[in-house]
Design a protein around this ligand. Structure first.
Ligand code: ARG
Ligand code: ZN
Length: 843
């Protein structure tokens, strides 16, 4: 059934307190619940329904008297008293058989839970909805040495532990962990002087990979106090690493559970990118303690209330810890790569969706990343002060509540006096706005005209204009900035803005800092782009100018086989050799627009993208860059090569990013000598993997690949990289065969999402390989999604999005993709998750 936002009604029954007892056993865990229910004065009915799935009900009692509820696959109903009553139930579940990784499951001998969004109903019968908040007390009975749940530990003895969480919470924030685990301990003193016990819990053998996560946690706790005035509110904060996990991590109250790939790091086994991601995810989950847990969502349509805000907060944190421009550029790359793609295809949906079949399908780039962009625009529009006031009002007014986007916008209206009625359209209208910019100059006045168009998306047409904060700066012909960054507010379909008193026609630097998540359509030329690349004061736009140059050069090469554009190559040389620029920024400038990006550029221009030609064009461009810059690259590489003890900090990480990018180019002309030297000397994963990648990219590295597997066969996260890099670097005609062969290995498994994604996520990302004219990529991915679906619907559904761009391609490819989608859709026992995704993609 489809669930609609418009159908929301308050819960009939509220929960005053919950006691849970777990008697853990792999195939027959018993869960005893004691739940004190009271009628909700705001409810329209007293009908009683508890969600419950895949549970065996052993017994149930109301106020001590046995009852026989009516049980369906979705839950149970029962006749209940008029007033408050005590519900008691005992159910049995089988964590060992739970391969969906939702509810209570076993992962390498360790019990763990994942309840967001609707996993708690696989643990016991309960009103599993976020607007039912309650105080939980949990008793765990098991012989395993470490028994954890939410809140503070209140009792512990031989074979049991008891936990009490004083903060009311919805069931999706419940967590339990039991296993033979080790902790890296730590502590943090809050600004009001309370000492908090910290732990990072891992399996034996991983204890040397926790230090960085612990430091990231302390930094996050401090930052949230300093920047948002938010203190931690329990005596203990636990983080647990789990190998089998569908997502990155989960913010369960006081007991964050992480995919081990989002916690574990040592210099030898993790790359700089891994370190940065770990720092960001630790921060993200920690920040949820206030934006998500203390203030939660009324219903799942409001998901962006906690996710958009928390992504925005973790991006601010990363910008503070590292480089602000580099973070912004990476976020925009990600936004365009994942969110624009989603917004422009059959899976487009508003930041606040209005209907769903399976909520797990809406943990999307739109809800998370566009959701964060919407917060960023709000902050730009009301200013830093207004933002600070509104957010404090949000915490004061809504602490302990389950809220909506309306509540969120209201604090901004109340704190700043601004009417946000029109702004709210960002939450309800799907699709990426296109802003067309034209300009004119006469008598010292420069006029910018902005026009917004909002594309139709599934189920939505005739959209209303949105509020678009458009940051712009003006440079004079000498390159000096004559108008610093100014925020224009585009609210009409079309609007003009004048800048007076100029001495000459300026060069505009539009949409600085990517001030709104829109596509900018601005007729410009390579001369203007090269000018901005050389002179813009806005680092984002400087990078953007280089990117546009690269894109137009590539499109020309792909279309007509021309040699690379001189303006691009000159600009690139100037940029990479400019020692005043941050190496991390230069590394970003060296990377070419992705294959998918180029495919979209063709589609936007009304042309059919040819994945093979795009791949060949990028290869030719890389070789041309390598040759043209051959005189400068080795010296640059030598200047920035980091030797000596490894530190994951932004400074050295940026240098390694630059040298790895240079190495990939150098390897195209030196027979692989420099990369082999780096591989042999590397004492850290960033340089080892960078060298291996450079070799594979130059058609070499077979020996190193074998040595790598030998060296790391006991490190599963490193082996994920080994699986992934081979598929990612495979030539188009070999990608599917490479993935197929890897999937036959003994160390490939369907039950570990990281390993599955390492192979098949990489295949989907290898655009020319996935879209190879043979159709092998499509067939192989579908084969394996069909195998995975019965075991793990969530990960299967998520990976179906590889097909979301199918309508962009030529008739042959379209037909082949459609056939695979239909093959999946026709499966008799297809999961609700995958069924919804495939249905939406097919349209
Ligand atoms: N709330 C988690 C986070 O963003 C994500 C958990 C989503 N899990 C899921 N099964 N959909 O931090
Ligand atoms: Zn989150």
């Amino acid at each position: 059934p489809t669930i609609y936002l418009a159908d929301y009604t308050p819960p009939n029954w509220l929960v005053e307190e919950v006691h849970l007892t777990f008697r853990l056993a792999p195939r027959s865990t018993r869960v005893l619940s004691r739940v004190r229910f009271a009628p909700n004065p705001a409810a329209m009915s007293r009908a009683f329904f508890l969600e419950g799935e895949e549970l065996t009900l052993i017994s149930a009692r109301i106020d001590g008297a046995e009852v026989k509820p009516e049980v369906t696959p979705e839950g149970l109903t029962c006749a209940v008293p008029d007033g408050p009553f005590l519900w008691e139930a005992e159910v049995e579940i089988a964590p060992e058989a739970n391969t969906a990784l939702e509810g209570l499951y076993l992962s390498n001998g360790m019990y763990t839970t994942q309840c967001e969004a609707q996993g708690f109903r696989k643990i016991t019968y309960y009103p599993d909805r976020p607007d039912v908040m309650s105080v939980f007390t949990v008793r765990i009975e098991s012989d395993l040495p470490v028994l954890l749940s939410n809140g503070n530990r209140v009792a512990q003895g031989d074979g049991f532990a008891e936990w009490h969480d004083p903060w009311p919470k919805p069931a999706y924030l419940f967590a339990l962990v039991a296993g033979d685990l080790l902790a890296l301990p730590g502590s943090f003193t809050t600004r009001s002087g309370k000492a908090v016990e910290l732990n990072v819990w891992v399996r034996k053998g991983d204890e040397d990979k926790c230090d960085f996560a612990m430091e990231a946690l302390k930094k996050s706790m401090k930052w949230d106090e300093d920047v948002y005035g938010r203190e931690y509110d329990l005596d203990i904060f636990n983080i647990v690493a789990v190998d089998d996990f569908n997502m990155g991590a989960m913010e369960n109250k006081g007991l964050n559970i992480f995919n081990s790939s989002a916690v574990l790091a040592s210099p030898e086994t993790a790359t700089d990118a891994n370190f940065e991601r770990i720092e960001a995810i630790i921060a993200h989950e920690y920040f949820h303690n206030w934006t998500g847990n203390r203030i939660t969502c009324r219903d799942w349509f409001q998901l962006c209330l906690k996710e958009g805000l928390t992504v925005f907060r973790d991006a601010q944190f990363t910008a503070d810890m590292r480089s602000e421009p580099v973070k912004r550029i990476s976020d925009v790359l990600d936004l365009r790569g994942r969110q624009f793609r989603e917004d422009g295809g059959p899976l487009a949906h508003p930041v606040r969706p209005e209907s769903f079949k399976e909520i797990n399908n809406f943990y999307t780039a739109t809800v998370y990343e566009k959701g964060a962009e919407v917060i960023g625009m709000l902050k730009r529009l009301v200013g830093d002060d207004g933002y600070g006031k509104a957010v404090q009002l949000y915490f004061d007014r809504h602490d302990g509540q389950a809220c909506t986007i309306e509540d969120w916008l209201k604090v901004f209206e109340d704190a700043t006096g601004r009417d946000l009625t029109q702004f709210k359209r960002w939450y309800s209208q799907a699709g990426t706005p296109v802003v067309t910019m034209t300009d004119s100059y006469a008598d010292g006045t420069y006029t910018v005209t902005l026009k917004q168009t909002l594309p139709d998306t599934p189920g939505q047409t005739d959209k209303q204009p949105q509020v678009i904060p458009f940051a712009i700066g003006l440079l004079d012909p000498s390159g000096a900035e004559v108008v610093p960054t100014t925020l224009l507010e585009l609210t009409e379909r079309e609007q003009s803005f004048a800048f007076e008193g100029l001495k000459a026609r300026p060069v505009p630097s539009p949409l600085r800092g990517f001030s709104a998540p829109v596509v900018l359509d601005h007729a410009t030329d390579n001369a203007a782009r090269a000018f901005l690349l050389a002179h813009d004061t806005d680092p984002f736009n400087r990078w953007e100018a280089g990117r546009q140059l690269a894109k137009s050069a590539l499109v020309a090469m792909i279309g007509g086989g021309q040699s690379p554009d001189a303006a691009y190559l000159d600009g690139l040389r100037a940029l990479v050799t400019d020692e005043t620029l941050d190496p991390a920024f230069r590394a970003l400038a060296l990377s070419l627009p992705s294959e998918d990006d180029l495919a979209q550029a063709f589609a936007d221009a009304g042309r059919t993208p040819d994945p093979q030609a795009i791949w060949e064009g990028r290869e030719a461009m890389r070789s041309a860059v390598a040759e043209v810059l051959a005189d400068a690259l080795p010296a640059l590489y030598a200047r920035h090569l980091v030797t000596g003890p490894y530190s994951p900090e932004a400074g050295p990480a940026g240098k390694r990013a630059l040298t790895n990018a240079l190495l990939a180019l150098i390897s195209r002309t030196d027979g692989g000598a420099a990369a082999r030297a780096q591989y042999a000397a590397a004492d850290n994963m960033t340089q080892q993997l960078g060298a291996l990648s450079a070799l594979l990219g130059a058609g070499q590295g077979a020996e190193e690949l074998a040595a790598f597997a030998d060296q790391w066969r006991h490190e599963r996260l490193v082996m994920d990289k080994w699986f992934m890099i081979q598929v990612a670097q495979a030539r188009p005609e070999a990608a599917a065969a490479t993935a197929a062969a890897l999937a036959e290995r003994d160390d490939f498994t369907l039950t570990n999402p990281n390993r599955f994604r390492a192979v098949f996520g990489a295949l989907a990302m290898n655009q020319a390989g996935f879209h190879h004219a043979s159709g092998d990529g499509y067939r192989l991915l579908a084969d394996w999604l069909i195998r995975l679906d019965p075991l793990n619907p969530q990960t299967t559904a998520r990976m179906c999005s590889a097909f979301q761009t199918w309508r962009r391609y030529d008739a042959d490819r379209k037909e082949m993709m459609q056939a695979q989608l239909e093959r999946i859709a026709a499966l008799p026992k297809l999961s609700r998750d995958t069924g919804e995704m495939v249905g939406r993609i097919l349209g």
